[in-house]
Write a protein of this length. Structure first.
Length: 157
């Protein structure tokens, strides 16, 4: 089996982020953590994932600083998984994935879960905005890439 290529040192922030998250099981674990799940057994029941795969993903998410293991609130030897500040910063990513799924993967009248503001009960919407507040889309943006690095001396290209 071929090992997965690490993108940890890539110049693209998207590639580095995907390297840190790993795979779709990891994103589903993060989703469940946002929903308040904290225990191995809760994640396993929610996802129906094999215990060895769940153990591996939880260990990876913890090693990468997205989750942390903390003593359970009621004390004792039990431990819980909690989102770190880095993990909580995945919230807009999760909202964006949800909105894309709602827009493209459901029939117009098909029921699905809805993310709402706890205070008002209103649906949550994520917009991409420029620093001045204007809403922007893919045609309004460009990626400023890092110049290609080579082994040549400066001026030899």
């Amino acid at each position: 089996m071929v090992g997965r290529k690490s993108l940890k040192g890539d110049y693209c922030p998207s590639a580095r982020a995907l390297d840190a998250i790993g795979d779709w099981w990891s994103l589903l674990i993060v989703r469940d953590a946002f929903d308040g799940l904290t225990r191995f057994s809760e994640f396993q029941k929610s996802l129906g994932i094999a215990k060895n795969i769940l153990s591996d993903r939880l260990r990876t998410l913890t090693a990468r600083g997205i989750l942390e293991l903390v003593p359970a609130a009621e004390g004792g030897a039990r431990m819980e998984y909690r989102l770190t500040p880095m993990g909580r910063d995945l919230f807009p990513v999760m909202v964006a994935l949800r909105q894309w799924g709602e827009r493209h993967l459901y029939e117009p009248d098909e029921e699905h879960s809805v993310l709402v503001d706890r205070e008002t009960g209103q649906p949550v919407r994520l917009d991409v905005r420029a620093q001045d507040g204007r809403e922007v889309g893919p045609d309004d943006t460009v990626i400023l890439r890092v110049p290609e690095q080579t082994d040549e001396e400066p001026g030899q290209r």
